[in-house]
Design a protein around this ligand. Structure first.
Ligand code: URP
Ligand code: ZN
Ligand code: ZN
Length: 459
């Protein structure tokens, strides 16, 4: 299969030029001016940007959580991702307590294999890590699962104590693996939650009011300190606020390999969105939405590279039947919100169109940095000879209104309902195959492949 993309403006994290792209056998084979090769498919990209497919390194498809499962499976979720210009996800497999790490990853292979619309990799949520798990971790790394998420939150479910975190970081650091931290003091938060419930405060907004930013800042500080002692890098997931960002900044200024991602919800939504009534359940996610002033600092963090990546933490639960599990008690509302389909347009609009970041930086934070951080570059994350032809043809002038009525995620609301964004995904190629065109999905279940990742943090 040969494809020629003509007349586009190619933008990577470092380049910006007009040229044609010839694709053969799933890879970019030639980039040049006025290419004349014979091709099965010719795409005219005139007037559009031609950018690397988005990489979302934080999704939860079919995650068992809060007495239910996140509403997107690997088919509906990855298809929605493709509509939004994302061509690779890294999803979180789970090692339940007492289970082997390898069994945890195997379960996720079963869920995803033959189902995805785009390429995918796994991190492993690691709930047990004794010294005896080191060999298992190394086996997984040899099999391409090179990053592991540990939690300081959700006591009794996912929480790992500091000793476990230290052991896992020491082992990962030794072999080029990466620990991703959910950094929030969940033990103290649970005490604050108990008090709120005892006082009859049960509405969704109390999810946010019981999770202060200082609980996140303390977690980030501790995660970085433990990583420093374990002599390993650390990657903070879904960082939401200035207090936490300042901890990352301080460490990076000292030359510590601390990295972090934020998510669109923390850049565009705020604590005001909870309101006083049940509708606020849409935004029950962890960390919670913060006061609006945090958004300015997060954008600054993205611009100045104190934050390297924008992921989504896509973890959708329907308002009907799923979020309703916490109708009378906010602490029982399944935590998480949808977003995998909207990330690229939201960040283009809020970042480039509204002049907060450059076009190159947009590509870097939505694709290239994640590829480098998680051992996929230059196979993924750029447009270069030899790279996978994961390419998005992006119309920077077209506008769209985000809505549940038009989205493809398997969830009954959109967290960005009514947002008007400039910047629309026109065509998406996944390893050279057109999967999105003219507003339609042209691919099939099983188009996506598991990506065996290499050593992390080549950034
Ligand atoms: O609310 C969230 N973020 N749900 C997904 C699990 C996690 O902590 O990432
Ligand atoms: Zn988390
Ligand atoms: Zn998550």
């Amino acid at each position: 299969m040969k494809t020629l993309i003509k007349n586009g403006r190619i933008v990577t994290a470092v380049d910006d030029y007009k040229a044609d792209i010839f694709i053969e056998d799933e890879k970019v084979s030639v980039i040049g001016k006025a290419l004349e090769m014979e091709a099965d498919t010719v795409i005219d990209a005139k007037g559009n940007l031609v950018i690397p497919g988005g990489i979302d390194p934080h999704t939860h498809m079919e995650l068992p959580f809060g007495g239910t499962h996140s509403a997107d499976d690997f088919w509906t979720g990855t298809r929605a991702a493709a509509f939004g210009g994302t061509t690779t996800i890294i999803d979180f497999a789970v090692q339940t307590k007492g289970e082997s790490m390898i069994a945890g990853v195997d379960k996720w292979h079963e869920k995803a294999e033959g189902k995805t619309a785009i390429d995918y990799g796994f991190h492993l949520i690691t709930t047990d890590f004794e010294d005896k798990h080191t060999e298992e971790m190394f086996t997984l790394m040899d099999e391409g699962v090179t990053s592991f998420k540990l939690f300081m939150a959700y006591p009794g479910v996912f929480l790992a104590d500091d000793a476990t975190i230290f052991r896992a970081m020491s082992a990962a650091g030794e072999r080029g693996g990466l620990i991703c931290m959910h950094a929030e003091n969940g033990i103290v938060i649970d005490e604050i939650v108990k008090r709120a419930l005892a006082e009859g405060r049960t509405a969704p907004k109390y999810h946010a009011l019981t999770r202060p930013t200082v609980a996140e800042a303390e977690g980030v500080h501790r995660a970085i300190a433990i990583a420093e002692m374990a002599e390993s890098p650390v990657y903070i997931v879904h960082l939401s606020c200035t207090d936490a960002l300042n901890q990352v900044r301080e460490a990076r200024d000292r030359g510590i390999p601390a990295f972090a991602e934020t998510c669109p919800q923390y850049l565009f939504l705020s604590i005001e969105d909870y309101g006083d009534d049940w509708d606020g359940a849409k935004y029950v996610m962890t960390p919670a939405l913060r006061e609006q002033h945090n958004q300015t600092e997060l954008w600054k963090g993205l611009k100045m590279d104190d934050l390297q990546v924008v992921s989504t933490d896509h973890c959708p639960f329907c308002m009907k039947e799923q979020k309703e599990l916490g109708k009378d008690d906010f602490s029982l509302i399944p935590n998480g919100a949808p977003g995998v389909e909207n990330r690229m347009s939201l960040i283009y609009n809020g970042g480039v169109h509204e002049n907060r970041i450059s076009l190159n930086r947009f590509v870097e934070i939505t694709s290239t940095a994640a590829a480098k951080m998680f051992g996929m570059f230059p196979k993924k994350g750029t447009i270069a000879v030899g790279s996978d032809a994961d390419i998005v043809i992006f119309n920077p002038d077209k506008r769209q209104t985000i809505s549940v009525k038009t989205h493809h995620m398997n969830v009954d609301y959109n967290a960005y309902e009514g947002f008007e964004v400039q910047g629309v995904v026109e065509t998406v190629l996944s390893r050279g195959k057109v999967v999105i065109e003219d507003g339609e999905h042209k691919g099939k279940q099983g188009d996506g492949q598991f990506i065996k990742r290499g050593e992390c943090v080549k950034i």
